[in-house]
Design a protein around this ligand. Structure first.
Ligand SMILES: Cc1cc2nc3c(=O)[nH]c(=O)nc-3n(C[C@H](O)[C@H](O)[C@H](O)COP(=O)(O)O)c2cc1C
Ligand code: SF4
Length: 485
């Protein structure tokens, strides 16, 4: 079924937005008035255990596909991190995915943590801090993490057009999408141990560079996330929940031993769904059709984490709850909740009006996707009050993002509102809201998805429609040509 979502920009005020939510049967908290300065919930410090974070605004990790081939940051990467700093957010969740080894890079331009990139990573962190101080006057209460990743199934270290997947088990749909035969090799336990050592090495480096925490990425279909659904894998790292979480546990034990002062966070795709694809019957004249789920027979579906095996488009909370309990036991208190994957169900992961080039038209109003992630965070925050939760998928809220973020923090749905795409187009949106400055509508992310389409076409990511740095550049011209072709 094709849906025609109402454009958020046409809703004139909070009352209209509330009516729209009611017409969709959704419950999302929203404040009619924005509070300012110290009265704003978004400016309340977040103090828990060892953490003193000076406000409730977080920048989500946002990769730019713009590092140098050796894994060092480029000038575009540095500019992006400066903008993260200028956002006024006091929690920088990882900056972006940084690969722990060359073979685990998601593209040849992904940042890599290696001895010869150490100075480059230090420069990124410092550029962010300098810009943050310039904007806010102080770096007090600023917490900066580095997101560590191995891209697993989505590794493309040497060429944008040549996948070099590292897989843990045979997946009935995702193997086919990557043209992998039944004899395609699985990562061996010995290879996994080398990857774990790499996480340790890089965590020590991050600690030396002054990062406050590292995120052991467990989301979006990359390696950490794939472990959680490796039910059909044999051996120490597959099968039981105990075995599927061994990768995380061994990384954490090593970090505690080798970099004792370093905090650890986990970004988790807390629920998932069977992969979607554009409905071929409605994909006409080169236009993508609406997304539909892959067809699965009545057998239990064991290939997703937080997925109901009996109804694989729905979530099952039993293992996500067990995973969060495990994090508490491991002494991890920083949790960033996201969902799904940009590769096989982007409407779950980053609700958008316009699909990326490898996506599909929204199968539901994108507000449903926003509400789904917000509700999951609310539910889990209630169950785990001692964990610090960062929430995701706020950008589709567009003009109403500040009012919703304020209400969500005030009502305790989430500890910190994390912004992804909106930071690419308008980094200071929540800072402006808190300061009582007018919101600059011309920079509001309208979820055009060019920041995803560009890398799918081998270009750096960025906000091509709204950020002059990309729009009026040679890159912008190239993207227009590639989209036409
Ligand atoms: C261009 C782009 C790059 C991204 N890079 C990362 C990344 O490196 N690590 C990560 O965990 N998520 C990444 N994400 C996902 C975002 O952090 C975020 O979860 C998603 O965009 C939904 O939040 P939003 O609605 O605020 O955009 C990326 C998203 C986009 C659009
Ligand atoms: S390209 Fe810009 S407007 Fe489009 S989704 Fe990305 S950040 Fe938003």
């Amino acid at each position: 079924m094709s849906v025609k979502p109402i454009r958020m920009g046409t809703l004139k005020d909070v009352a209209q937005f509330k009516n729209h939510l009611a017409s969709l049967g959704l419950s999302i908290p929203i404040d009619s008035q924005l509070e300012h300065e110290d009265s704003s919930p978004l400016r309340q410090p977040l103090v828990k255990g060892p953490f003193k974070i000076a406000n409730r605004i977080a920048v989500q990790p946002m990769e730019g596909w713009d590092g140098l081939l050796d894994g060092n940051p480029s000038e575009n990467t540095i500019r992006r991190w400066q903008r993260f700093g200028a956002s006024g957010a006091k929690l920088i969740w990882g900056g972006e995915a940084v690969a722990v080894s060359h073979d685990g890079r998601a593209n040849p331009n992904q940042l890599l943590a290696a001895p010869y990139t150490e100075a480059g990573l230090a420069r990124l962190r410092q550029a962010l801090i300098d810009e943050h101080k310039r904007k806010t006057g102080s770096q007090d209460g600023l917490l900066i993490g580095l997101q560590l990743t191995h891209s697993g199934r989505y590794s493309r270290p040497n060429s944008h057009s040549r996948p070099e997947p590292k897989i843990l088990y045979r997946h009935p749909f995702l193997d086919r999408r990557l043209n992998l035969n039944n004899d395609y090799p699985l990562l061996t336990d010995a290879e996994i141990e080398v990857i774990i050592d790499n996480f340790h090495r890089v965590a020590v480096m991050a600690s030396r560079l002054g990062f406050d925490f590292v995120d052991i990425k467990h989301c979006h279909g990359y390696l950490g996330h794939e472990f959680l659904s490796a039910r059909t894998r044999e051996g120490r790292y597959g099968g039981s929940f105990e075995n599927r979480t061994r990768f995380l546990k061994e990384i954490v034990q090593g970090i505690h031993a080798l970099a004792p002062g370093l905090q650890i966070g986990v970004r988790l795709s807390v629920f998932d769904s069977i992969p979607f694809y554009p409905d071929p019957k409605q994909s006409l004249n080169g236009k993508l059709g609406p997304g539909i789920p892959e067809i699965w027979d009545n057998a239990p579906y064991y290939y997703g984490f937080g997925v109901d095996p009996g109804n694989p488009t729905e979530a099952d909370w039993s293992e996500p709850l067990a995973f969060l309990s495990l994090l508490e036991k491991l002494g991890i208190h920083l949790v960033n909740l996201t969902a799904g994957s940009p590769y096989y169900n982007p409407h779950i992961q980053r609700p958008a009006l316009y699909p990326p080039s490898d996506g599909y038209l929204p199968p539901e109003d994108p507000l449903v996707g926003v509400a789904r992630q917000m509700e999951a965070t609310r539910h889990l925050k209630q169950k785990f009050p001692n964990l610090i939760f960062v929430g995701s998928a706020y950008s589709y809220l567009q003009d109403f993002l500040p009012n919703v973020a304020q209400a969500a923090v005030r009502e305790g749905w989430v500890d910190s509102a994390g912004l992804g795409r909106m930071v690419l187009s308008y980094p200071e949106i929540l800072w402006d809201a808190v300061e009582g400055k007018p919101i600059q509508r011309k920079f509001i992310c309208r979820t055009f998805s060019d920041c995803t389409t560009a890398p799918r076409k081998g270009l750096p990511s960025g906000c091509y429609p709204l950020d002059d740095h990309y729009k009026h550049s040679e890159l912008g011209e190239r993207l227009i040509t590639l989209k036409k072709g």
